[in-house]
Design a binder for this molecule. Structure first.
Ligand SMILES: Cc1cc2nc3c(=O)[nH]c(=O)nc-3n(C[C@H](O)[C@H](O)[C@H](O)COP(=O)(O)OP(=O)(O)OC[C@H]3O[C@@H](n4cnc5c(N)ncnc54)[C@H](O)[C@@H]3O)c2cc1C
Length: 459
């Protein structure tokens, strides 16, 4: 945007409701384009579903759940750079992940210079599928590669499950369980039998079928709040933006097809030219029920639902794991992350692990004690040295509404950013971003909502 336009935007005020990644992204984008922004968040911190806190017993940072990003998360990475916190994350040069099954470690890694075939050598050596099944997987990957998701017909793939698509393409239980679901369960936060083929293929094509760098994994070395909360507050405050924390938007006052103002919990009324709602879809429907006009936009939202994630943090009195992270193929605890390595604490004598259970609907109703018992049993099974280690601290964080479910037909239920109310826009990982409900989807939705607003101004 040129200087003249930036100056023109100086007089235009935008209130963003919701200080998660989507609201943060919209705020940063609009500030960079010269708008006057106010960011309203009901909690005492920014970051939404990406946050951390200090455990008073161990003094360690505890993330609400282990968050990974991929090299293909271009907008998320750009946001970290805007906040000057890119040095707080680690990104693999190319994908490498270890998978433990029946006492054997398999390694899936990409090799540079092999283009789309970067995973092939490690797949051929992968011990958890036999040779015939490797041929099936290569066939499935070629079929996936040939699909153009931008083609108008591709959206038909949203009507069937990814499992069905894979079965139609000669995949069997072994290849589905030991390769395809290994990728899909953590990325789409649901079992492969539940997710739509459109979203499943989107993940496969943007990661392991893209360039090696796109498939690489990254994580924050600092607690998630250290990465996002204060750096965002500093960014906004230094540029004359306003942040209102601990403020819950309670009601909206419409005048025909315009949102006039919003009322906050302490009877504060905020009036601005434009509003971007960057809050979860269920909270939005509660706020907007009284406006008939916007119901048109929100009718389909009732088809959306949530999928849970459980994070279990365990501390042992001695080191029991060497890898940074490990997938446990047959285990209900799925993935174990070595927080000592992630936070670069090589000299620590105690072991901090974070277990991440995606699509956890079968386990979400277990009590915290039952979840700790289950994880301890599994950890001892996969890391026999843990038998002689003492558990010194544990924290369980259950997120019932961790991400939206990517069930068949759900993509069409996700609304775009522009609504029938001319000064009201939507953002959030659940809007129609082309991405699953992820940090990248959230950041992209913030960019898309500001772009839609700017387009309206230029019309
Ligand atoms: C445990 C866990 C693990 C995850 N792992 C990964 C991962 O590995 N990789 C990945 O890419 N993604 C992961 N995700 C998903 C990712 O965290 C989300 O997609 C992303 O953070 C969503 O951002 P958002 O801005 O759309 O929503 P949110 O983060 O939910 O932000 C919405 C904000 O709006 C605020 N709000 C709501 N109502 C109001 C109101 N009335 N007034 C004011 N404020 C309001 C809320 O307090 C919240 O801060 C994970 C999520 C969880 C929970």
């Amino acid at each position: 945007m040129d200087k003249e336009h930036k100056e023109q935007n100086n007089d235009i005020s935008v209130t963003i409701i919701g200080g998660g990644l989507s609201g943060i992204s919209a705020a940063i984008n609009l500030i960079q384009k010269g708008f006057k922004i106010t960011l309203i968040e009901k909690r005492p911190y920014l970051g939404g579903r990406t946050f951390s806190f200090t455990d008073s017993n161990t003094n360690d940072q505890v993330d609400n759940g282990q968050h990974l990003f991929m090299g293909c998360f271009k907008n998320f990475i750009k946001l970290l750079k805007s906040l000057s916190v890119y040095d707080k994350v680690y990104t693999q040069k190319s994908l490498k992940t270890e998978i433990l099954s029946k006492g054997k470690i398999g390694i899936l890694k990409s090799l540079p210079y092999l283009g789309k075939f970067h995973m092939l050598p490690s797949l051929l050596r992968y011990p958890h599928v036999n040779f015939k099944d490797k041929i099936r997987i290569i066939y499935g990957m070629i079929k996936a590669d040939l699909i153009n998701l931008n083609d108008n017909n591709a959206i038909k793939l949203d009507k069937i499950t990814f499992r069905k698509w894979l079965e139609n393409n000669y995949q069997n239980e072994n290849t589905i369980k030991n390769i395809w679901n290994l990728i899909i369960l953590p990325t789409l936060n649901d079992d492969i039998s539940n997710v739509s083929a459109y979203m499943g293929l989107m993940v496969i094509k943007n990661s392991i079928l893209a360039k090696p760098k796109e498939a690489s994994l990254g994580y924050s070395k600092a607690g998630l709040s250290q990465l996002l909360d204060m750096p965002t507050q500093d960014f906004i405050n230094q540029r004359s933006g306003k942040i209102l924390l601990n403020q819950n938007v309670k009601s909206l006052n419409f005048n025909n097809d315009k949102l006039e103002n919003i009322k906050l919990s302490k009877d504060i009324v905020i009036k601005s030219d434009f509003y971007i709602f960057a809050i979860p879809f269920n909270e939005l429907t509660n706020l907007l029920t009284k406006n008939i006009l916007i119901q048109k936009d929100l009718n389909k939202i009732s088809n959306l639902s949530f999928s849970p994630i459980i994070a279990i943090h365990l501390w042992f009195d001695k080191i029991i794991m060497n890898q940074e992270f490990l997938a446990l193929l047959e285990s209900p605890i799925q993935w174990v992350f070595n927080r000592n390595k992630i936070e670069e604490k090589p000299n620590s004598q105690k072991q901090h692990l974070c277990i991440s259970i995606s699509g956890a609907s079968d386990l979400i109703n277990l009590s915290k004690n039952e979840l700790i018992k289950l994880s301890l049993k599994e950890i001892k099974k996969y890391f026999p040295i843990a038998d002689s280690a003492k558990l010194i601290q544990s924290i369980v964080i259950k997120h019932s509404n961790a991400t939206i479910r990517h069930l068949p037909n759900s993509y069409e239920s996700r609304p775009k950013n522009k609504t029938s109310i001319k000064n009201l826009y939507l953002a959030g990982d659940w809007t129609k971003t082309g991405w699953p409900s992820t940090m990248e989807g959230a950041v992209k939705s913030g960019i898309d909502s500001s772009a839609a607003l700017i387009k309206y101004l230029n019309e």
